[in-house]
Each structure stands twice: as C-alpha cells, then as structure tokens.
Write a protein that binds this ligand. Structure first.
Ligand SMILES: [Zn+2]
Length: 324
C-alpha cells in the first residue's frame, strides 16, 4: 500500500477512569469514537495491553488497517517527555514510572505514535477544530477531578524545560488556603475542581444553613450542583459564582503574563454558563492590566469530552510534519 492510502489519524486519551479513542481525519474531523474503562488496578502492563488490543479491534471494526494510519497520538496525564515519548509518572496511574509509551504503542499499533500531555492535547484540539481556531495565543483550563491547563503561544504548545508548564490548577488563589493534592496550599484546584466544589458546597451548607451531618453525607456531584445552579437554586448559584471568582483571580494573573487572545474553559463545570463566566469576567476586569484584558475573549470550550482525542491526533500530525 502506498503512502497516499494513509488518511487517518488515531487519537488516544488515557485517563485514570476511562480511555477514549477516536479515528480522526487529517482535517480534524472525529470520524469514529470509543471509550472503555482503564482498570488501573490491573497494573500497567495489563492496562497497556488492553488499550492496544481495544484500539486495534476498534480500527478493525471500522475497516481501518494499520497501513492507512498517518500516525497516532496519545494524551496522558502526568509529567512526561513529549520528545522521547516517556511518561515519567502519573499520580492517578499507580505503578506507571518511566513508561516508554510512544515506543510501545508504535510497535503494537504499527504506526508512528507520539505522546503529549492530556491537557495540552485538549488545548490543541480546540486550536485545530474547536473554540480557538482563529487564535494564535490562548490559554485553556479543563475543569474536572483536577484542573488541567494548556498554554498555546503563537501556535505552539508551551512545554517548559521539564514538560511541566501550564499547571494552571496549582496557581495560588488563596494564600495559606485549603490544602491541595500537590502538597501546597490555596491552589486553584483546591477551590475550583469538581471535588473542591462539592467540598465548598458542603462546608457552606454546614456554616450558613446549619444542615446536619447526615444530610451532608449524602453524595452530590459538582455536575449536580451546576445543574441546580442553572435551574435557579440560589445556594448552588453562590457556590458556582465563587468558583468563577477563584478562576477569574488566576486568569487575571495569566493574562498579565501571556497576553493571550482567548481563555477557553472546558470540563463539566463550564456548562454553568453565565453563572460561572460573569464572575470570571468581573474578577478579570478588577485585577488584570487594562491592556491585557480589554480585548480578551473568555469562552467555553467547544469540543467536549473528545477534545483530548482530537488534539492527540492533531499533535501527532504536527509532530510528524515537523520530523519529516
Ligand atoms: Zn496544588
């Protein structure tokens, strides 16, 4: 088969709970998609074996042969070296240390495979076909169990020396504030991630309404708090507005440093709409330099949960073009 038959990209987004994968066209259209549990408890080797087998079956199911793949991209959490394709470690993938992911997947999938940080992949996806197609410089926040960050400056991903740039969740928004999983205090992630929103909700209920411990023990998710807020629940609205305020505080600093054209917010909590975005904008208007904020566009991400898959495929294409 000649090179002209290569027309598909494969994107794989390895999360701690689920793996998402997709066949993406060279123009960035998501043609087919799938997801399956990561089962991290099975251990690294079993998980990698499952992913490669599932992805191969997925391709076969859609009649796509390895020879037709231009390249594959993997998005993974945790510090990694995108140049060598080695994942150093990932806090939510126990036992994964110095894994040569790009090399292993290149062998198993029989196509050139590239590794990139998952939050960078989501940002690259939005740049390629989503909310930031017209922006050369932008910053993306992904609000989930943690807070992912991606910084694209003049059409390039900012990696930093150790591939650890854009850890936007660990920017301090409250000095000496709540403990964060990273070991520091007062990080954005300790206030605006999904578990942090639930924690703030419960603590506010306890202090402001005096709700008993039994009721507080009932589980509520951040997404439910968002839904209730959008349905007019005043209490939930206050929690989400507070989330916007913390986000706005960190965004103001980011605008002063990078002077981007856009800030994109993705993840389930971004569905809160103006309840989240208005306080963000108010805080930015209060705190950021006028020149950095006057034309800023702060908006919701477009691609949804497969942004990382599309972006991983896009990153692979870009890297292949650079290395060619
Ligand atoms: Zn932190």
């Amino acid at each position: 088969m000649t090179k002209t038959h290569k027309k598909y990209l494969l994107g794989i987004d390895i999360g701690a709970t689920n793996v998402k994968a997709g066949i993406v066209s060279a123009k960035g259209e998501l043609l087919h998609q799938t997801s399956f549990p990561t089962n991290v408890r099975d251990g690294k080797d079993a998980v990698i074996h499952t992913i490669t087998e599932q992805v191969r079956h997925f391709c076969a199911h859609h009649g796509i042969h390895a020879d037709e793949l231009i390249a594959a991209g993997i998005g993974a959490p945790g510090p990694l070296d995108y140049k060598t394709g080695i994942l150093y470690f990932a806090p939510n993938l126990p036992g994964w240390h110095n894994v040569q992911l790009a090399r292993i997947f290149t062998q198993k999938l029989k196509t050139d495979t590239f590794l990139e940080n998952d939050a960078n992949c989501a940002a690259w996806g939005e740049h390629w076909t989503g909310a930031a197609v017209d922006a050369q410089s932008f910053v993306m926040y992904t609000l989930g169990t943690g807070i992912g960050g991606g910084i694209i400056i003049e059409n390039r991903i900012l990696h930093g020396r150790d591939g650890a740039a854009a850890e936007l969740g660990h920017v301090i928004v409250v000095p000496d504030g709540e403990a964060c999983g990273c070991g520091s205090r007062g990080c954005l992630e300790a206030y605006a991630s999904a578990p942090a929103i639930v924690r703030r909700y419960k603590s506010a209920l306890r202090w402001e309404v005096g709700i008993s411990a039994t009721i507080l023990e009932q589980s509520i998710s951040a997404e439910e708090i968002v839904t209730k807020a959008t349905e007019g629940d005043i209490f939930c609205k206050k929690i989400i507005e507070g989330t916007g305020k913390y986000l706005g505080r960190s965004i103001a600093g980011i605008l002063n440093i990078f002077n981007p054209e856009m800030v994109i917010i993705g993840g389930g909590v971004s569905n809160a709409g103006p309840i989240l975005f208005e306080p963000i904008k108010n805080e930015v208007n209060k705190l950021a330099l006028e020149i950095a904020r006057r034309k800023i566009n702060i908006t919701q991400a477009k691609l949804g949960t497969f942004a990382g898959v599309i972006g991983a495929a896009g990153c692979a294409l870009t890297r292949l073009e650079i290395s060619a």
